[in-house]
Design a protein around this ligand. Structure first.
Ligand code: ZN
Length: 101
């Protein structure tokens, strides 16, 4: 049986059917406090948009390359969302793995 793996999802090829069924692997982890929108980057890291949703104080931060909102640091959600999504579409930084001791 051929299996495909997508981040957070598992595709299972059914033997009697040519179709591929996509089912969630597990319940997604809760987002950190204050995160309004979360984008996944090309490299698999997250770009988080935070701040009061209906304000001009939203900003974004990339957990892959550590880049963040600049000029201005904070703005309205419509602008911040677009910039965060653009960054996620281009960022190839991998998420930093947990350090084992
Ligand atoms: Zn990045």
């Amino acid at each position: 049986m051929k299996l495909l793996s997508l981040r957070g999802w598992k595709a299972v090829e059914l033997e009697a059917q040519p179709a591929v069924e996509v089912v969630p692997e597990a319940e997604p982890a809760a987002w950190p406090e204050g995160v309004v929108i979360r984008f996944v980057t090309v490299g698999g890291a997250h770009v988080d948009v935070t701040g009061p949703e209906y304000s001009d104080q939203t900003s974004w931060y990339c957990h892959g390359c550590k880049d963040k909102s600049q000029y201005p640091y904070a703005g309205y959600l419509s602008s911040t969302r677009s910039k965060a999504n653009d960054h996620a579409s281009a960022c190839r930084a991998l998420p930093k793995p947990e350090v084992s001791r």
